[in-house]
Structures are given as C-alpha cells and as structure tokens.
Design a protein around this ligand. Structure first.
Ligand code: BLA
Length: 317
C-alpha cells in the first residue's frame, strides 16, 4: 500500500520501514548513521566502561512534530568521558548524525565531533577531533595531539573536497585534520565517510587512552573553560538549529541544545556568549540573530600539507 499511518509506522521493523520509505518517497537513501554510532560504542566499550547517562531517560521520547520519522538519542559517561552523546534524525527528507564526545576537564584531549546532514542530493559534513586549545598559535598543543595525525588528515583531504566558506569563528574550533566537506549522495561517498569516521574515532580513542590525567588545578580550569567556551559557541550558533526548530518546535529544540547536545553549557562556567565572543556585539544589541559579524571565509582549506595554518589573520579576538 502507498500510505502508512503513524501507528503502523512505529510497529513495523526498521528494515521494512526503510523499504517503505523509499517506495512512498521519490527520494531514496543508502545511508543510515546507526552503524556509525554502533561502531563507536563498540570501540569505546573495548577501551573503557560506559555508564548510561541520566540524560538518556529525559530525552528518550522525542519525536518529530508531524509524526513522520524518528529521533534517536544515546548518552553515556565513562571514567575519562564527561559526556558521549549521539543524536540521529531519520525522516523522509533527511538523515542527520550529531555525535560528540566530551572528555572530562582533567584531560586536554580534543573533543570528538561528527556532524553529518544528509538529504537526497547533498551532504554537509564536519568530522574532526576539535582541539580544546589553540592549534594555530600554540605549537606545543598542536604537536602533542595532531603532528602524528597529519597523514591521516591528508588522506581524507584528497578524498573529500574542502566544503567552501564557513562561519569564520568555526575555524578556531577545527583542527588541521578537519574534514569539512559537502558531497553528492552516493554509496561510494558513504563508504568513504564511514571509513573516515572509523579511522578518526580509533585515533581519538587512542589519544584518550594514553592521556595523562591532569592534577594541576590551573590546567584543569583552563581545560574546563575551553570546554565551556566550546559549548557556548555550539549551543548558540549550531547551524542545525533551524532544522531542529522545524522538527520539534522552538522550546524543545532549545532544551535539546542546552540540556542534551551541549549539556554543561549552563553549569560548567558562568561566562556568557558575549564574554567569549565580544566581537559579536552589534549596534542594536541583537547579537544572537547574526550568523557572524566577521562573516564567512576560508574558501579553500587553510591548512597546508604539513598542518601549518595558512591564513594571515590568526587573531580575530
Ligand atoms: C551547515 N554545519 C554547517 C556549516 C558548518 C557546520 C561549518 C556551514 C555553514 C556555516 O559555516 O555556518 C558545522 N560548525 C559546524 C560544526 C562546528 C561549527 C560541527 O562551528 C563545530 C565547532 N548540522 C548539524 C545538525 C543539523 C545540521 C544536527 O550538525 C541539523 C539538525 C544542519 N548544517 C546543517 C544545515 C546546514 C549546515 C542545514 C546548511 C545551512 C547553513 O549553512 O546554515
């Protein structure tokens, strides 16, 4: 039959559901991000013990407003991990993965970040080990975590074209091995994306396993502030916000952003968006609606093959 009610939808298996989806829609998908998350959870479990996070229950029952499609969340903690959380959205028109792992403040290891937005035609992808500290001016931190990973970054920089201009501030949250790309939907591309995801997650887990727990209070508070600044940036500026608002409404979307995706933004620090990003202040004081005061830049990859940052303006604020 051509029509499925919401109830039928929920009671059929996900395999059958996928088939039904492609037959009732002109769009067909060859990607599901579930296996990405399954891989990451299996790998993590082989390194450390995962505990279910209290956030799980609170956000478990989200559904698209129109009842079409599914929203799945997962969240865990571990000895070295403050929060591992995953959001998967599967509707008739899009597939989204937002998978991020935040280490505890005793560790200065990068934040694992996978953000994939997929429609029938196109994909917007960020996959990175987001550095906690400045990798443009702080040579020591860059070398500590990224020097040995440059060849891995180069491998995928050749397979995936640079995604073009992006919000200028974002580059400061990216590493020299960032995969920032847009590509057409195709099984081949998803295969490469899956292998990139696996490679990046494995090296990230290695970093976490080898990381030395800081005991120095000032180091810990520097790490904490860097995490908080990251959370403040993403909770305020995530380009997925519009999509989330349409999907579940403004109130729930905001709660999901601050309470789940970027959990900690309201408790890990007291600085505000203005404190961290003062250049955002505009004449009318309506800073939150601006995409970026600086605008978009970096039409081409700003890192060379040795992982050196190429742009001249390395101090924006
Ligand atoms: C676009 N997502 C983008 C862009 C970036 C990112 C750089 C290009 C547009 C821009 O620069 O603003 C992702 N930016 C990031 C990430 C960081 C950052 C990961 O600063 C981390 C520090 N994307 C999602 C989710 C959805 C989503 C969950 O991660 C949807 C629910 C959608 N991203 C999405 C859409 C666009 C986009 C629709 C294109 C629209 C736009 O350009 O604003």
């Amino acid at each position: 039959s051509c029509c499925v009610s919401t109830r039928d939808w929920r009671s059929i298996s996900s395999k059958k559901r996928a088939t039904t989806l492609s037959s009732i829609s002109t769009r067909t998908f060859s990607v599901s991000y579930r296996k990405f998350v399954d891989f990451a959870l299996d790998e993590t479990t082989s390194h450390t013990h995962l505990f279910s996070s209290p956030l799980q229950e609170k956000y478990n029952s989200l559904e698209p407003k129109d009842g079409k499609g599914e929203i799945s969340i997962q969240s865990f903690e571990a000895a070295e991990i403050r929060l591992l959380r995953s959001l998967i959205i599967e509707t008739e028109t899009m597939q989204v993965l937002d998978f991020t792992v935040f280490p505890r403040a005793e560790y200065d290891v990068p934040i694992f970040c996978a953000n994939f937005f997929t429609t029938a035609r196109t994909n917007i992808v960020v996959l990175d080990l987001n550095p906690l500290h400045d990798v443009i001016n702080q040579r020591h931190y860059k070398e500590k975590y990224f020097k040995s990973l440059i060849p891995l970054g180069l491998k995928y920089a050749e397979l995936f074209p640079w995604g073009g201009k992006l919000t200028s501030e974002s580059i400061k949250f990216f590493s020299p091995i960032v995969i920032w790309t847009k590509f057409n939907s195709s099984p081949e591309n998803y295969e490469i994306l899956y292998s990139a995801f696996k490679d990046y997650y494995k090296v990230w887990l290695e970093l976490v396993s080898k990381a030395v727990k800081a005991t120095d209070e000032s180091q810990i508070s520097r790490n904490l502030e860097a995490q908080h600044r990251y959370l403040v940036w993403r909770a305020e500026k995530d380009p997925g916000q519009g999509v989330l608002k349409k999907l579940i409404g403004e109130t729930l979307a905001k709660d999901l952003l601050r309470g789940f995706l970027f959990n900690g933004v309201d408790v890990l620090g007291s600085k505000t968006f203005n404190d961290y990003f003062p250049h955002y202040c505009s004449k009318d004081g309506d800073l939150n609606n601006k995409g970026s005061i600086i605008g978009k830049s970096f039409e081409n990859r700003p890192w060379d093959e040795r992982g050196e940052f190429l742009a001249e303006h390395t101090h924006w604020y």
